[in-house]
Ligand binder design. Structure first.
Ligand SMILES: [Zn+2]
Length: 104
């Protein structure tokens, strides 16, 4: 048995969707930076992973609050993509597509 954060699951789906329409860096590091930023601005919603029916009900509840979710994720993408890989490798933009392929 485990607790899962429904907000995180839906934020991951949303972030992946929105990144497909964006031309910013999509490597694992940027993806996780964006996800962390978005989740820090959203309320977590923990559920017991065994409660499948509850999960799907909560899933639709969260999806109705998509506006908050969209705003947090769009903001996360814009902030992280304005300074990707804050510390190290700025010179390998070509490699990014491969990075996400490997991560999945
Ligand atoms: Zn990146």
């Amino acid at each position: 048995m485990a607790l899962i954060n429904m907000t995180e699951i839906i934020a991951r789906q949303k972030l992946t969707e929105l990144l497909q329409e964006s031309d910013c860096c999509k490597c694992e590091q940027c993806y996780l930076d964006m996800l962390a930023f978005a989740l820090n601005n959203l309320k977590p919603m923990y559920v017991n992973s065994k409660q499948g029916q509850l999960i799907s009900r909560i899933n639709s509840t969260i999806r109705q609050r998509n506006v908050d979710m969209d705003i947090a994720i769009v903001k996360a993408i814009s902030i992280v993509s304005s300074s990707p890989h804050r510390a190290s490798d700025e010179d390998d933009a070509e490699v990014e597509e491969e990075d996400i392929a490997k991560a999945e």
